[in-house]
Ligand binder design. Sequence first.
Ligand code: SAH
Length: 362
Amino acid sequence: MAQQKTDILSLLPEQLEAEITAMGAPKFRAKQIFRQLHVKRVFDFTKMTELSKQFQAQLNDRFYINMPKIEQKLASCMDDTVKYLYRLSDGSCIETVRMVYHHGITACISTQVGCKMGCKFCASAPLGFIRNLTPAEMLGQIYGADADFPEAQQISSVVLMGIGEPLDNYENVMQFLRLLSCKDGRNLSLRHVTLSTCGLVPRILQLAEENLPLTLSVSLHCADNEKRDVLMPVNRRYPLDTLLDACGTYFQKTGRRVSFEYAVIAGENDSPAAAALLGRRLRPVFPKQRPHVNLIPVNPVAGTGFHAGHAAAFQKLLEQEGINATVRRTLGDDIKAACGQLRRDTIEKESVVSGIEGISGQ
Ligand code: SAH
């Protein structure tokens, strides 16, 4: 059986060095290759001109470069948001959004093809879970967007808020973060990274032990257990008390406050009682610090029946409860920048073309 090739773009410098020296080449070759991949962004061994043709061929036999390809690009007419649909080597597709803020350029990347979490308001949930993304496929989303713009407009912060649950792909996400922040590579500080989770408690506690300078964001969306059980099935496994305890532990271990995401859904989670309950639950989580909630009017997704609530009104209610809340700007409304919708449309179109009726969800 042919030896499986190694995904070279997912390797850290020391791992690449071990592979290259095992091939009988000197250490400095590993440094050169790492630089070609992660700094020069050369994704073809035959274009690495510092290397002999023979060595290029050896690399080609042993490794592959797993760069996602931009299949479709949508640029907003309303703001500078760009959305990419990437096609992966197995034919799956994922989304990445590039957003321009006054403080820099943010990439919102996907961490899985699909998602298992089943949140009721989410466009990706009905399509089910296909597979985890590799570190290279996460990094590739950033490299692809970087390459699409001049050097001065490179991505300066990354949010793991695209398709998928990052903490359900823990090891690959950690490896991606190591690569992203690698001094000899992309060198993006983890201070400029936000990881968003629906609340996988054991993984939050594991992440606390890593003591990384990133921002952890928890998608709360509801402070009532019964309602959250329905909106976010993960709540049945890790209910609010357990989740908020884990957030408290995260803060104690890392000194970093967790932030909370809250999609405001009309008539579901935007009442004064909902704000009061949220206040009661959040105030004790970080002693002597005001909790911070990011509000976003829910993006209406076909079939969910949910409509956007009035985020600014809910913000006022939260302020009265001693909670800092900011209303997130919705960007790229005209290009379906809301997560998962472009992939969903593409899959639906492709199922029609190939004669498959509907989507199995598996
Ligand atoms: N699985 C992770 C990250 C991906 S989802 C998480 O749950 O945090 C990124 C964010 O988008 C989450 O806060 C998620 O709850 C939110 N989201 C999903 N669908 C949405 C919608 N239709 N409107 C507004 N926010 C949505």
